[in-house]
Design a protein around this ligand. Structure first.
Ligand code: ADP
Ligand code: MG
Length: 352
């Protein structure tokens, strides 16, 4: 009874703490936070000045003593204090908006998504960060599983589901069957690596130093994985490394394609390698349903077509690929009793 009352009153939430973007889903209300995973810190005092969108605006324009910190690197929590502060901010933000509804505030149960293949130590670190930030109970769900649930795929069926989540720091490739992950691969090549490729290209070809945001805009606006019929161009602005002066050059979609080609190829090769490791009885279903793509990196123009061509299988981007993980974690949260086998919680935890 007490348990039911508490679970009714608490602000249970699902968190997708990504390398680039963090999202929060609150039971019965949907996604309430969708912001960049950036924290602006005063490096003299250690004080946190801004989190999320506000912090992103400060990057590059801030005085030297303000530094932008990211809680994750390559999909794994690298700065625990910052991660904890971000989660605390999420919990508080959810609680504040919830107070208006319930007039009270309880510690939440939290489902948080994590990459596949984390070590026990890394998993514990995520749990501790959530607990320290105020989580009452913490459940971990693996990102590809959450993405598949978010895409409304029937993950509990005996057939296979092949899903690839291309985020900022990592690409996670997984085969799911009977609600579990059968085969997975994780590689540290995803959206951010492509931005770095573009920065390198600008230096190599034009001696131009460009910022990460410029590189990302080029990738999103004219980047592509395969040659495009239509020629597109965009100005690339930066500082000439020889003269030290600002400069602008025009670049084309084929330039960006060439700049990121190697990284794109690595993703495709890993997908192929995962197919080779997939049990043949699951391959029959996968060949029919094809490969599902999620994460922001999947939006790179022509990537789905390239994967389809290279694997000789259908390939499609799931609906709203940037929010699939948190939506899936949210569905798991709302069905916590039924889906508990997918969610790993601490063995020694006290139930209420
Ligand atoms: P994470 O889960 O690691 O935070 P996301 O799934 O939020 O990552 O995806 C972020 C990545 O997706 C970034 O590297 C971003 O540049 C990339 N991205 C977003 N939109 C596009 C697009 N239209 N084309 C190519 N890449 C994109
Ligand atoms: Mg992600």
């Amino acid at each position: 009874m007490l348990r039911r009352l508490l679970s009714f009153l608490s602000i249970d939430m699902a968190i997708d703490l990504g390398t680039c973007n963090s999202l929060v889903y609150v039971k019965d209300r949907g996604i309430i936070i969708n912001e960049p995973s950036i924290v602006a810190v005063n490096s003299k005092t250690g004080q946190i000045l801004a989190i999320g969108e506000e912090a992103k605006k400060m990057v590059g324009k801030t005085p030297a003593y303000i530094s932008a910190k990211k809680p994750l690197r390559n999909g794994v929590v690298s700065d625990f204090e910052i991660a904890e502060q971000m989660i605390k901010y999420f919990i508080e933000k959810a609680a504040v908006s919830n107070k208006r509804i319930l007039g009270m505030n309880y510690l939440p149960r939290v489902v948080i998504s994590v990459p596949c293949g984390l070590t026990e130590v890394e998993r514990k670190a995520v749990r501790d960060a959530v607990k320290n930030a105020g989580g009452r109970r913490v459940f971990l769900i693996e990102e590809p599983l959450a993405a598949a649930i978010g895409a409304k795929l029937s993950i509990e069926e005996p057939g296979g589901i092949f899903i690839v989540d291309i985020g900022g720091g990592t690409t996670e490739i997984a085969v799911i069957s009977l609600g579990g992950i059968v085969v997975f691969k994780s590689l540290r090549v995803a959206g951010e690596k492509m931005n770095e490729d573009i920065i390198q290209f600008a230096q190599r070809e034009y001696k131009l130093l460009i910022g990460e945001r410029t590189a990302e805009m080029l990738k999103i606006n004219i980047g592509c994985a395969i040659p495009q019929k239509e020629k597109k161009e965009m100005p690339m602005r930066g500082r000439n490394l020889v003269t030290g002066l600002p400069e602008e050059v025009i670049v084309y979609n084929e330039d960006i394609q060439r700049a990121i080609e190697k990284s794109v190829k690595q993703i495709v090769l890993s997908i192929k390698a995962t197919i080779e490791e997939t049990p043949p009885e699951l391959l029959a279903d996968i060949m029919q349903d094809g490969i599902y793509l999620s994460g922001g990196g999947s939006l790179l123009k022509g990537l789905d077509e390239l994967i389809s061509r290279e694997t000789k299988m259908p390939c499609r981007i799931i609906d709203d690929p940037l929010t699939a993980v948190v939506r899936g974690a949210g569905i798991a949260l709302e069905n916590i009793e039924n889906l508990s086998k997918l969610l790993s919680s601490e063995d020694d935890e006290l139930s209420i």
